[in-house]
Design a protein. Sequence first.
Length: 207
Amino acid sequence: MRPHTRLVDILRERHDRNGRVPPHTDEYPEEQRGDAWEPPPPSANGTHQSEPKDPQPGVLLSTVKPEQVSWLWPGRIPLGKLTILDGDPGLGKSVLTMDLAASVTRGFAMADGTDGVHGGVIVLNAEDGLADTVVPRLLAAGADLSRILALDAIQERESERAISLPADLDYLEEAIERMSALLVIVDPLMAFLAAQVNSHRDQDCRR
């Protein structure tokens, strides 16, 4: 590999040499498309003999329409995706998330000057008090508090319990829809994982 050359550039050069359009478009030359698939002729009763009785598993990739990534913070935090902010205690991770929340509620530009987005925010915070820490930080960052919903517990009859993930994803989804939220902050993630989730097992956490 040539030094200081991005892999994507090498791939595009190879596609160009082979007479192909780069893979980010679907406008392939006609001679490279191949013959279109056609179903077999129908049988006497008017049905196709090869039609499966049950839906086939999987997703045929020819049915998937390519789309661009949408960003909350361009190049750093994509919309609709999971982003993990990791670091040692005391580095300001929670302060940073509150600044992000404030920017989203006002549509402010991000810290690097890139354009921001405007929407609601959901906060799950297990370590900081709402009145003495979370709200003061948001006010200092200029947040619109009417666009931020904190989920601290779930009421069940005459008692309440802490939110548990993934068991309470439906509850979280309702909150997202209520606030038209573009950002959900879970701080810290380990505090909200269900007891049966082994945080030391990669498979458990990925599910």
